[in-house]
Design a binder for this molecule. Structure first.
Ligand SMILES: [Zn+2]
Ligand SMILES: [Zn+2]
Length: 502
C-alpha cells in the first residue's frame, strides 16, 4: 500500500433498515495502530430481524470505545448484551442520554423477562431474555459523560466532540477527528437520528467553524422514502371526533418524547374546552416523563391524568364502560403494556386505536394496521385469536426525524463536505436520499451490510464487498449455548470488486 493511502478509516454497518443501529468505524494510522469505535449498539425491533439481536458480527475485543448518539432503543438496546458478551471499555454519551438510557435498558430487561415468562406457557421455543438487570447495571457502570461542543482527547491522535441534536431531548451528533503528524486529518460526523429543532429544549448550535471543516457525514434516511405518506396533522381531529362520538381511544405511544408530544397535543385540545379523562399505563414513559418535567423548557401536561400502577386498576379500566383516552407503551405495539391493551380494546367497537409512530415491517402495530377489519389476529403473550373490531388509525405527524428536503438542507450547510454515507432507512429511502444528494453534486453512498468502505482524508472512498461463507444449515439448530464471545464471522473480501473511487 502506498504511504499516501496508509492513513484512513473504514466504516461497516450491520443494520439494513431503521432499527438495530450499529456501525463500526476503524481508524488506521500509518504506524499500524488501529482504533475501533462502535457507534450505537441498538436493538433490532422488526420481528423480521429479531434473531439478529443475538448476533455480534465483529470481534468485541477489538472495540476501543462505544459512542452513543441517543437513548432510543434502536441505538442503545443491546449495550447490556455486548457487555454481557465481554465488552468492558468506555461508553461515551451525554448526561441526559445516560440518564434516559438507564430507564430504557432497565425496562427492556424487565420486558424481556416478563415476555418470556408469559410466552413460554404457549410457545415451546420462547426465547430466554437477551440480558438481565445485572447486565444493564454493568453497562451503565462503563458510561463516561460528554458535554456538547467540548472536544475530548480519546488519545493523542483522536478527539471526539458531541453536538446537540433536536431528535430527542438527549440526542447528539458525534464528530470523530483523527490526526497524524503532518497528514490531513480524517473527520467523520455521525448525525445519529437528526432533527434541527425540538419542542422541549433550546438547541445548542453547532459552532460555525465545524461547517467549514473537510469531513464526511454518516446520516440517517428514515423519512427519505419518496412515497405518498402524509405527515399532515390528524391526531387532534381524531381525538375530538372520538370525544364527540363518545368513543374511547387507545394510543400506543413511544415512551420517549412521543409521550410528551402527545401530552402537549392533549393539553392543547383541553385548552379548547374539552374535558379529557386520560389514563397512562406506561411505566417507562412515566419514568422518562419525570426526567422531561425537570429538563423541559415548557409545561406540557394536561390537567386530568391518572397513572395506572396496579393490575387491579387495569382490570377496572378493561371492564369499565367509561370512554377514556388510554396511553400505553410501546409505540409499535410489540412491547410494554401495548399487547395487553390491544388484546382488550381491538375487539371493542366503542374504542378507536391511534398509532402515533412509524410502524416497522412486521411490528405488531403494522400487522394490526394491515389486518382487515373483522379478521382475526393472535396478540403475542395471549393464547386465543381475537377479532379486529375497533377502527385503527396511524398518524405520522409526530415524527422526531427530519424530512428528506430538510435533511439535505442541513447537509448542504457543510462547506467542505467530502461524502455522505447513508444508513438507517429502508432501501428505497436510502436510494432516494442518495439520488437527491447526487442531484446536488454531493457524493453519496449507502452504508449497507455486506460491504465496508475505506475512506482517505481526501474523501476518496473504496468499497469492498464481504462475502459470508455459506453457513451449513441442514443439520443445525443454532446452539443456545454457543459462545459468541470470540466468534468472528468467516468472510472473504473480494478485493476491488465493487470499488468506486471519487
Ligand atoms: Zn432515534
Ligand atoms: Zn434510530
Amino acid at each position: 500500500m502506498s504511504s499516501k493511502n496508509n492513513f484512513y478509516y473504514t466504516l461497516q454497518g450491520y443494520h439494513k433498515e431503521v432499527t438495530g443501529s450499529n456501525i463500526v468505524c476503524s481508524i488506521h494510522f500509518p504506524n499500524n495502530v488501529e482504533r475501533k469505535f462502535l457507534i450505537d449498539f441498538g436493538m433490532f425491533q422488526e420481528c423480521e430481524y429479531e434473531e439478529k439481536n443475538k448476533d455480534i458480527d465483529f470481534n468485541i475485543k477489538e472495540i476501543d470505545a462505544i459512542l452513543v448518539t441517543h437513548s432510543h432503543l434502536d441505538h442503545v438496546g443491546r449495550l447490556p448484551y455486548i457487555v454481557k458478551k465481554g465488552y468492558n471499555g468506555p461508553i461515551y454519551s451525554t448526561f441526559l442520554t445516560k440518564l434516559v438510557t438507564s430507564s430504557i435498558l432497565k425496562n427492556s430487561a424487565k420486558v424481556f423477562q416478563s415476555n418470556y415468562d408469559k410466552e413460554k406457557n404457549y410457545a415451546k421455543d420462547a426465547e430466554p431474555p437477551l440480558y438481565s438487570l445485572d447486565d444493564v447495571e454493568d453497562a451503565l457502570s462503563l458510561f463516561s459523560i460528554c458535554r456538547y461542543n467540548e472536544s475530548f482527547e480519546f488519545d493523542e491522535n483522536i478527539s471526539i466532540t458531541f453536538f446537540d441534536n433536536g431528535h430527542i431531548l438527549s440526542a447528539s451528533c458525534i464528530l470523530i477527528e483523527a490526526t497524524y503528524k503532518n497528514r490531513a486529518p480524517l473527520r467523520i460526523l455521525f448525525t445519529g437520528d437528526y432533527k434541527g429543532k425540538n419542542k422541549f429544549k433550546e438547541i445548542v448550535p453547532i459552532p460555525n467553524e465545524i461547517f467549514d471543516l473537510p469531513l464526511s457525514i454518516v446520516t440517517e434516511s428514515t423519512l427519505c422514502e419518496d412515497t405518498q405518506i402524509s405527515y399532515e396533522p390528524t391526531f387532534r381531529d381524531s381525538i375530538i371526533s372520538c370525544i364527540e362520538k363518545d368513543k374511547g381511544i387507545l394510543i400506543p405511544c413511544l415512551a420517549q418524547e412521543r409521550f410528551e408530544e402527545v401530552m402537549l397535543e392533549l393539553k392543547q385540545i383541553e385548552s379548547l374546552g374539552y374535558t379529557l379523562d386520560i389514563c397512562v399505563d406506561a411505566p417507562l414513559a412515566t419514568e422518562i416523563n419525570s426526567i422531561y418535567t425537570i429538563y423541559s423548557n415548557i409545561n406540557y401536561m394536561p390537567s386530568n391524568v391518572m397513572f395506572v400502577n396496579t393490575r387491579e386498576e387495569r382490570e377496572v379500566i378493561f371492564k369499565s364502560p367509561k370512554k377514556r383516552i388510554l396511553i400505553v407503551s410501546s409505540g409499535m405495539g410489540d412491547f410494554g403494556m401495548a399487547p395487553l391493551y390491544l388484546n382488550n380494546f381491538l375487539v371493542r367497537e366503542d374504542y378507536e386505536i391511534i398509532f402515533t409512530s412509524y410502524l416497522a415491517n412486521y411490528s405488531l402495530g403494522r400487522k394490526i394496521m394491515e389486518l382487515k377489519r373483522f379478521n382475526k389476529i393472535r396478540i403475542p403473550g395471549h393464547k386465543d385469536t381475537i377479532k379486529k373490531v375497533a377502527i385503527t388509525k396511524q398518524t405520522r405527524e409526530f415524527s422526531s426525524h427530519i424530512h428528506c428536503d430538510e435533511l439535505i438542507e442541513f447537509i448542504k450547510k457543510f462547506n467542505n463536505l467530502q461524502n455522505v454515507i447513508i444508513n438507517h432507512g429502508c432501501f428505497d429511502a436510502q436510494e432516494n436520499l442518495k439520488q437527491k444528494l447526487e442531484a446536488n453534486d454531493i457524493n453519496a453512498i449507502m452504508l449497507g451490510t455486506n460491504k465496508f468502505h475505506k475512506i482517505l482524508s481526501s474523501g476518496e472512498i473504496s468499497t469492498f464487498e464481504i462475502i459470508q461463507e455459506e453457513k451449513k444449515t441442514e443439520t443445525v439448530k443454532p446452539s443456545k449455548k454457543s459462545n459468541l464471545d470470540n466468534r468472528t464471522i468467516p468472510c472473504f473480501i473480494r478485493s476491488n470488486s465493487l470499488v468506486k473511487n471519487y
